[in-house]
Structure formats: C-alpha cells, structure tokens
Design a protein around this ligand. Structure first.
Ligand code: HMG
Ligand code: MG
Length: 299
C-alpha cells in the first residue's frame, strides 16, 4: 500500500530561489504582483525575498521594499537572512518568519556565505535563540544535504548532524535541500525516513532542485518517507548562484498536478498559478519548461 497523506503543504520559493539567479533585474513592481498572484492561487507559505548582500546577489537588493508591501496576516511570509546584518534588516522590515541557511558542505558555505560551516553556526545559534525569544517563526534551510558541487557525495550522518544542531538551537522547521539536483529517490527516501524518525516535533520540508528531472520522483519517494511539506517554485525557476550546475526547483505546477491526480489536497488553483507565472515570464532570461506549463499554454 502506498503511504500517501491526504493533504500536502507547498512552500512557494519562486520569488526568492526562483528569481535570485535571474540575470536581468526583475522590476520590484513585477515581483510584488508575482507574489500577490501566487497568494491568490492559494500559496499560503512563501519565501518572499532574502536579506543578503546586494553585491553578492543583486537581484535581492529590493528585499526591504518587497517585504514592506507583501506582508499579510493570512500567509506565512518568510524572508531569508544569512547573518547578523541580514537579521537587523529583517527586524527593521517588521516580518515575523525568517529562514537562515547553511550547507552541510564546508566548501559550499565558503562560496555561498564566505564562512565555514562552524563559523556560520556559531554566528547563527544566538541569533536563532534571539528570534525565538521574539516569537519569530524560524526555518533552517540545509543546503547540499545530498551532494555538493565542490565536495561530491555528502554522508547522510553529516547531514543529520547539522540538522540536529539546528533542532537543538530551537528552529521550527528544517528545509532539507538537494541543492544541485543530484539525489536519487532511494537517497531521498533514506534521508527523509531517518529525519521523520529522529525529529518528530518539528516541521520537516523537502527542497529538490530539478536539474536532472528527478524532482517529482524524489518528492514521491519523500511522501513515502512521511514528508508532507515541499518547497517548490512556480515555473520551475531558481538555482543558487554559488552552486554551479544547479537548475531550478521542481515546478510548483508539476508538483500540484501530480499530487492532485493522486487525490492529495494542495489547496492550489492551477489556473491562477498560471496567471502568476505570466506576470513574471516576460522579465525572465529563460524559458519556462515545466510539463504542466507547456501543455497549458499549447491548449
Ligand atoms: P561578506 O562579503 O563576507 O560580508 O559576505 P561581510 O560581513 O564581510 O560584509 C561586507 C559588506 O557586505 C559590508 O558592507 C556589509 O555591511 C555588507 P560594506 O561595509 O562593504 O559597504 N553585508 C550585507 N549587506 C546586506 N545584507 C547583508 C549583509 N551582510 C554583510 N545580510 C554574506 C557575507 C553572507 C553577506 C554574503 O556572502 C551573502 O550575501 N551571501 C548570500 C548568498 C546567497 O544569497 N545565496 C543564495 C541563497 S542560499 C540558496 O539558494 C540555497 C537554498 O535555496 C537551499 C538549497 O537549494 O540548497 C536556501
Ligand atoms: Mg534552493
């Protein structure tokens, strides 16, 4: 018998992961409309933007403007921040859900946040404590949980160790990522089965980049492991600028289509999701090639 939940939560990462790697600056107004339309499509949890260095990631330079306009009481509006500087900017922006991010791989962290894993955790642990004291929702994004573009295969024990550090630091959610889209479904099943066994009091989310088109298979394997929360990106946009070879996240529309066809409720309206993609599409430097989008626009 398949182990399938009745309901799945989709965390839309398009406005952040989806756009951060876009070559041409997407106008702030367009980003705001994109976010608003995604919410109208039923996406209630979303990464809006990230408070990172505009020198490192110019596309996210308008984080404060986006946040000022896009907060609402009905959604979980998440913003990313990598360090104390980012957290101070978050406090000024008045939002109440933050994602911190660290990779399991030290080499990746040196490229992505200019710090070793250990130094980054030393900076983040008191920040997480402080955020929890202020009643923030805290999500920890664990990059390179399966493979690293610089170090290759990452041992499951290493990923579990970093996850445990974050859980002990008090985060509410772990979003565990296949940054470069190299995990195979048996690896996804193995890691997420262990995570669901070991961490029963925390939200567990899977984040698959779809570089080798294994995103849907990995999501299916993770469902079997008891996961019912997935990060996805409208149009399959995305990728980390410091993870060479990574492509976009698994497309929200393909995931929603697959889940709904299996009788799993996502609460998302696919027609409205297509409208959201049409807002941002003319501003992108790439084609949208998700299966659902291609069929929808042909018909
Ligand atoms: P750094 O250059 O080492 O920073 O960058 P620094 O502390 O030495 O400061 C240098 C300058 O940057 C200073 O300004 C700081 O004020 C400024 P200056 O005095 O030269 O004018 N600065 C900042 N400005 C704005 N916001 C900040 C900030 N921090 C310092 N938060 C830093 C270190 C972490 C800032 C940089 O490496 C950075 O911004 N990295 C972010 C990279 C990134 O956004 N990657 C993508 C997100 S992660 C991801 O996509 C993976 C995920 O999807 C999961 C997966 O798929 O794996 C989550
Ligand atoms: Mg990502």
């Amino acid at each position: 018998m398949l182990n399938l939940p009745k309901k799945v939560t989709i965390i839309e990462v398009g406005p952040r992961d989806g756009l951060q790697n876009e070559k041409l600056f997407v106008p702030t107004e367009i980003k705001k409309q994109f976010i608003s339309k995604l919410k109208k499509a039923g996406l209630k949890e979303m990464e809006l933007t990230s408070f990172v260095s505009p020198k490192w990631v110019p596309q996210m330079a308008d984080a404060a403007e986006i946040t000022a306009d896009c907060l609402d009481a009905d959604s979980l509006n998440i913003v990313l921040a990598p360090n104390r500087n980012g957290i101070n900017r978050v406090y000024a922006a008045n939002c109440h859900a933050v994602a911190v991010f660290v990779g399991v791989s030290n080499s990746f962290n040196l490229k992505n946040i200019n710090k070793s894993t250990q130094d980054s955790m030393a900076e983040l642990k008191p920040i997480i404590h402080e955020l929890k004291e202020k009643n923030y929702f805290v999500r920890a994004c664990i990059s390179t949980a399966f493979y690293c573009p610089y170090e290759g295969k990452i041992a499951e024990t290493e990923t579990l160790r970093l996850c445990r550090e974050f859980v002990e630091a008090g985060v509410d959610e772990l979003s565990v990522a296949d940054t470069i889209g190299m995990a195979a479904p048996n690896e996804a099943y193995s890691l997420f089965s262990t995570l669901t066994e070991q961490f029963t009091d925390i939200l567990l989310t899977a984040h698959f980049h779809d570089t080798r088109k294994l995103g849907l298979a990995n999501i299916f394997a993770s469902l079997q492991a008891g996961i019912s929360r997935f990060d996805t990106s409208a149009g399959g946009l995305g990728g980390c600028p410091f993870a060479p070879g990574a492509s976009g996240n698994t497309a929200t529309e393909d995931v929603v289509y697959m889940l709904e066809r299996m009788g799993i409720d996502t609460g998302i309206d696919l027609d409205k999701l297509m409208e959201a993609i049409e807002v941002v599409r003319p501003h992108l430097s790439r084609e949208i090639d998700s299966g659902y989008y291609r069929l929808h626009t042909k018909s």
